[in-house]
Ligand binder design. Structure first.
Ligand code: FDA
Ligand code: NAD
Length: 426
């Protein structure tokens, strides 16, 4: 049993949705393109799962957040794919790939062949078991990667109203879920090994602003330690979390956000890997010329850093996917991907954006007791990273533009004095 397509997108997440839009804009014929996804629904904007989806009032639900609404583009519903002649193989896991033969074998036993493959398999959430803790399959322990995870999280939250939650991890998932839990009237304790939240990006000063804000909403922080085990009742429900420092936290539910691992395993030994991802060139092309990789799974040359990096953010997934399709459909007019890393988050009433890279010396600016402040990262005499909380659209555009231009910073004290004005004037 088998089917053949010109183009196959493996994975049905954010990158797949934006690739499909780009294919349709550039013109694919009926039946030329197929998307294979383990998820049972067409691509959606994954960031909604830790934000609007978790709201107690008027939560976001599909079909409202199918791609590509996140970039103010068309909303690609199942009907859209049908009308555009794009074949969908949903709820189907690909269990092996043969890049020499250009075939994929699905868990249902079907062989799907392609002329060009785009790998958009994203990543999976790391499990506590990978850190030596057992029992995270309990019904009230939640991870968050897929719509199915988010649906379960909502159910567990509903049954924990007025109770306690322990959030393991102080990264993006931890911070966004903690805010959502509080909004759902659940008492939250966050536990993470670092000295402050969002340790990969925030400076201690920036982190302390957000931690103070969370504390004002009742969130407790236990830092510098990790979980060692769960206590469970007769129904195997977690009733308490035990930490390495022997702290014992009674709880009604647990949310775990301890990082991700890119889904590369189908291609290990077949394609070149780097930085934990599938290595691609500036056209998003892997070590096999018929295979492209995009989104969280791709390690690509980030021109502004002069280095291969893997980025785990939605803007990069959207743009790398569109770039790969441009490179496939119109190679002579497509240049190397020139991407400025962009991260953002929205929590409670707060909202921040970051552009570039968080390395080198940091200067802070603005009013840390108010609602608009930020930081600049300066490395080897150049501005390489910019952070802003509470900015306007124009101000965010200004820090993005300034970071892309990588201006020389002659005097750090002067940069600090000028603050946001520096970016606006660049
Ligand atoms: P993505 O994970 O979206 O899709 C991968 C797809 O491949 C999935 O459908 C998966 O089922 C499928 N797949 C994998 N292996 C398969 C196989 N063998 N067979 C078939 N299908 C397979 N970023 C940001 O910048 N701002 C934000 O606010 C957020 N918020 C956010 C919230 C939450 C809850 C999560 C989990 C993530 C974010 N992100 C984010 C990160 C962002 O969502 C992420 O970078 C993109 O979804 C990456 O898009 P991809 O298409 O690469 O992977
Ligand atoms: P993360 O890498 O942001 O944070 C992981 C956190 O796990 C670390 O900060 C650390 O505190 C903690 N940790 C690591 N090992 C631990 C251990 N053994 N025990 C306890 N804690 C431990 O990853 P995440 O928060 O899980 O997010 C998953 C993915 O989702 C990332 O790719 C992220 O970019 C994406 N995401 C992004 C956004 C956003 O950009 N706004 C929002 C949600 C999710």
């Amino acid at each position: 049993m088998g089917r053949a397509f010109v183009y196959v997108i493996l994975g049905g997440g954010v990158a797949a949705g934006y690739a499909a839009l780009e294919f349709s804009k550039r013109g694919v014929s009926n039946g030329e393109l197929c998307i294979i996804s383990e998820e049972p629904v067409v691509p959606y904007e994954r960031p909604a799962l830790s934000k609007g989806f978790l709201l107690p009032e008027a939560p976001a639900r599909l079909p409202a957040f199918h791609t590509c609404v996140g970039a103010n583009e068309e909303r690609l519903t199942p009907k859209w794919y049908k009308e555009h002649g794009i074949e969908l193989v949903l709820g189907t896991r690909v269990k092996s790939a043969d890049v020499k033969r250009k075939t994929l074998l699905t868990a249902t036993g079907e062989t799907i062949s392609y002329k060009i493959l785009i790998i958009a398999t994203g990543a999976r959430a790391l499990q506590l078991e990978e850190f030596g803790v057992n029992g995270s399959n309990a019904e009230n322990v939640c991870y968050l990667r897929s719509l199915a995870d988010a649906t379960r999280l909502v159910e567990v939250m509903k049954s924990s109203t007025g109770g306690n939650a322990v959030v393991i991890g102080g990264g993006y998932i931890g911070m966004e879920c903690a805010a959502s839990l509080v909004t759902n009237k659940i008492n939250v304790t966050m536990v993470f090994p670092e000295a402050h939240c969002m340790a990969r990006l925030f400076t201690p000063k920036i982190a302390s602003y957000y931690e103070d804000f969370y504390k004002s909403k009742g969130v407790k922080f236990i830092k510098g330690t990790v979980l060692s085990s769960f206590e469970k009742d007769a129904d195997e429900k977690v009733t308490a979390v035990v930490l390495k420092d022997k702290n014992h936290l009674p709880t009604d539910m647990v949310v775990v956000g301890i990082g991700i691992r890119p889904n590369t395993s189908l291609f290990e030994g077949q394609l070149t890997l780097e930085k934990g991802g599938i290595k691609v060139n500036g056209m998003m092309q892997t070590s096999n010329t018929s295979v492209f990789a995009v989104g969280d799974v791709a390690a690509f040359p980030v021109k502004i850093f002069g280095e291969i990096r893997r980025l785990e953010h939605v803007d990069s997934a959207r743009k790398s996917a569109r770039h790969a399709v441009a490179a496939i459909m119109d190679p002579s007019r497509t240049f190397d991907f020139d991407y400025l890393p962009f991260f953002y988050s929205r929590i409670f009433s707060l909202s921040w954006q970051f552009y570039g890279e968080s390395v080198g010396e940091v200067v802070h600016y603005g009013d840390f007791s108010g609602s608009t402040f930020g930081g600049y990262w300066v490395s080897k005499g150049y501005l390489v990273g910019s952070f802003l909380e509470g900015g306007t659209k124009e101000e965010y555009e200004a820090i993005a533009k300034a970071t892309r231009l990588k201006p020389v910073v002659e005097d750090i004290t002067e940069l600090e004095r000028q603050g946001l004005g520096f970016a606006v004037a660049v």
